[in-house]
Design a binder for this molecule. Structure first.
Ligand code: XMP
Length: 509
C-alpha cells in the first residue's frame, strides 16, 4: 500500500500532518528523526514530509538528518523547521529573520509549481517562525513569498524537493489542504488507497490468518476504542472471541446493560460480564481521599480483570483497542521513549498468551469512529465522550455510597438527555454531572429540605490539556436545572461550573 512518511522533528502539529494526509486517502505514518535511513529506504515511501519543530538549524543540538535523504528520488516536502532544514542540508542559507512572523499572513505564490495548482495567487497561510531562508540552495527556485519572508516556498522540481515556511496542515492556511493534496497526488503520484472499507477488509483477513483456530480475549470497557476493536475481531472470528466486561458499578445510568445488549445482540462473540459493584463498594467504604479512591478502583479493576482473563484466555491471543496516538514515538529529544497510555495494558507475567492483537494501532480516533460506524456499532457508542476509567468514582466527592451513585446517575441522565435534544452532544467535548459532598437547604411545598447539590460540568477543548467552560444558553441550563430538581430524588440545588482548565481540571477529582 502507498504510504507517506512524516519525519518528526518535534513540532506540535505532527499528528495533524499525518491526519491531513490520511484525509486525502493516503496512509501516513510518523517516525522520529532518529529513524535510520536504511529503514526509510526499505519501507518504500511514496513521499516524505519533514515536520516543523521548535529548534533553530544553527543550534548544534537541534535535530538534523543525513543529506542523503534528499537524494533518494523520493519527493520531500519540508514544513516550517523542515523547510529551513531542507535549505540548510542542501547548502542554502538560513538566517534569523529581521522580523518573525506569527499568525495569519498573506502569501503569494509565483511560477507554475505543481504544489500550488488550483491555489489562488494570493491566500492566507499560518506562519510561526523566527528563522527564515535567506538564500535557497543551488538548483532551487523561489515559488512563494510574503511581505517579511522573501522565500516562503521553494522547489527543486527535478529532484522533487519542496518546502514551505508556513503550516499547510492547520485550517488557518486557507488552501493548505489543496497544497497537501497537490503534493500527494501531483508530486508523489499517490492514488488514494487509504479508505476505511479497504482497511476493514484487510484487517479481517489478517486477523483470521493470525488467529487461526485460537481463542482471543479482549477487555471491553464500553469506550470507543475497545468497542470498535471488539466489533472488528468479532467480524473476523466470531465466537472465538471472548469479551470481558468488568462492571464496577460506577458506569453511567443503564450503561452496563446497554454495552451488554449491543454486543450480545449485534455481534457474534462470547460475552462475559463481571458484575462486581459490591466488591468495589466494599473496598471503597469510608475512603474520601481522591488519589486513594483512584488507586483502589484501579487495583480492584485489574485484579478482577486478570482473574477473569486467566479463566478465559485458553492460551490464545490478548486483544486491545490501542490506537495510533498511543503508540507514536515522539521526535522530541528523547526519541526512544514511547508514550505510554492507559489504553495499552501491561499483561501480567503469569498469564500466557500466543500474542497481543492491536487491530486499531494504525488509526487515529476519527478513523476508529469511521470503522465503528461501518461495522454497525450504534452512534451513541461510536461518538461517546471520554469517560474516565474510575467512572463516577471521580465525580462523587467524598465517600462513595450506593445512594450517591444512584442520585448522580439520575441527574447525569437528565443532563445527557437535554444536551442530546438540543443538539449539543457533538458540539461539546464533554459534559457531565458531579455530586459534591454538599447538602443545602431548600424548600419544597411547605417543607424545608436538606438535600444534595448537583454541579454541571461542560467543556469545550481540542486536546483536553486546556479547556474552556461551555457557554450553554441560559434557557437550556434552566431546563436542565428544572428537570433535575423535579425528576430526580434528593436533589434540591443545581450549580454550573464556570472554571477553565487551568486552573481547574475537567474532572473534579
Ligand atoms: P482532567 O480532569 O485531567 O481530564 O482535566 C482530562 C480528560 O481526561 C479524562 N480523565 C481520565 N480518563 N482515566 C481515564 O481514562 C482517568 O483516570 C481519567 N481522569 C480524567 C477526563 O474525563 C477528561 O476527558
Amino acid at each position: 500500500m502507498e504510504k507517506i512518511l512524516v519525519l518528526d522533528f518535534g513540532g506540535q502539529y505532527n499528528q495533524l500532518i499525518a491526519r491531513r494526509v490520511r484525509d486525502h486517502h493516503v496512509f501516513a505514518e510518523i517516525l522520529p528523526y532518529t529513524t535510520p535511513l536504511a529503514q526509510i529506504k526499505q519501507a518504500g515511501y511514496s513521499g516524505i514530509i519533514f515536520t516543523g519543530g521548535p529548534n533553530s538549524v544553527f543550534d548544534p543540538a537541534s535535530p538534523h538528518y543525513t543529506q542523503e535523504i534528499l537524494e533518494l528520488g523520493v519527493p520531500v516536502l519540508g514544513i516550517c523547521y523542515g523547510c529551513q532544514l531542507m535549505c540548510y542540508m542542501a547548502g542554502g542559507e538560513v538566517q534569523t529573520a529581521p522580523s518573525s512572523e506569527y499568525g495569519k499572513i498573506t502569501f503569494k505564490h509565483m511560477g507554475q509549481s505543481p504544489l500550488f495548482e488550483e491555489v489562488p495567487e494570493l491566500s492566507t497561510v499560518w506562519m510561526s517562525h523566527t528563522d527564515y531562508i535567506a538564500t535557497p540552495p543551488q538548483g532551487f527556485s523561489i515559488i512563494g513569498k510574503t511581505l517579511d519572508c522573501p522565500v516562503a516556498a521553494m522547489e527543486n522540481a527535478q529532484k522533487k524537493l519542496y518546502a514551505v515556511q508556513f503550516h499547510p496542515e492547520v485550517t488557518h492556511s486557507q488552501f493548505g489542504s489543496q497544497m497537501l493534496y497537490n503534493f500527494l497526488y501531483r508530486i508523489c503520484g499517490c492514488k488514494g488507497e487509504w479508505v476505511m472499507e479497504n482497511f476493514i477488509e484487510n484487517q479481517i483477513a489478517q486477523l483470521r490468518e493470525t488467529i487461526g483456530t485460537s481463542r482471543v480475549v479482549l477487555g471491553l470497557s464500553g469506550g470507543v476504542d475497545s468497542s470498535v476493536a471488539a466489533a472488528l475481531i468479532s467480524k473476523a472470528v466470531g465466537k472465538q472471541l471472548t469479551c470481558v466486561f468488568v462492571d464496577h458499578g460506577l458506569m453511567r445510568k443503564n450503561e452496563g446493560d446497554e454495552v451488554e445488549q449491543t454486543f450480545t445482540s449485534r455481534f457474534d462473540m462470547e460475552f462475559v460480564r463481571v458484575n462486581c459493584a459490591a466488591r468495589f463498594m466494599q473496598a471503597l467504604r469510608g475512603v474520601t481521599d481522591p488519589e486513594q479512591k483512584r488507586k483502589i478502583i484501579g487495583t480492584e479493576f485489574f485484579e478482577v480483570f486478570w482473574d477473569t482473563i486467566r479463566e478465559q484466555s485458553d492460551k490464545g491471543y490478548f486483544a486491545q483497542g490501542t490506537i495510533y496516538p498511543d503508540c507514536i514515538e515522539s521526535g522530541k529529544g528523547d526519541a526512544d521513549v514511547i508514550k505510554t497510555h492507559h489504553n495499552r495494558v501491561k499483561t501480567p507475567a503469569d498469564v500466557e498468551f500466543r500474542g497481543i492483537l492491536e487491530p486499531l494501532c494504525d488509526l487515529f480516533k476519527d478513523e476508529v469512529r469511521a470503522v465503528g460506524e461501518a461495522l454497525g456499532l450504534p452512534k451513541e457508542l461510536v461518538w461517546r465522550q471520554p469517560f474516565p476509567g474510575p467512572g463516577l468514582g471521580v465525580r462523587i466527592i467524598g465517600e462513595i455510597t450506593a445512594e450517591k451513585i444512584a442520585v448522580l446517575q439520575d441527574a447525569d441522565w437528565v443532563l445527557r438527555d437535554e444536551m442530546a435534544k438540543n443538539g449539543y452532544e457533538k458540539e461539546l467535548a464533554q459534559f457531565f454531572c458531579v455530586l459534591p459532598d454538599v447538602s443545602t437547604v431548600g424548600v419544597m411545598g411547605d417543607h424545608r429540605t436538606y438535600d444534595h447539590l448537583i454541579a454541571i460540568r461542560a467543556v469545550t477543548t481540542d486536546d483536553f490539556m486546556t479547556a474552556d467552560w461551555a457557554k450553554i444558553p441560559y434557557d437550556i441550563l434552566s431546563q436542565v436545572s428544572n428537570r433535575i430538581t423535579n425528576e430526580c430524588a434528593h436533589i434540591n440545588r443545581v450549580v454550573y461550573d464556570i472554571t477553565t482548565k487551568p486552573p481547574a481540571t475537567v474532572e473534579w477529582e
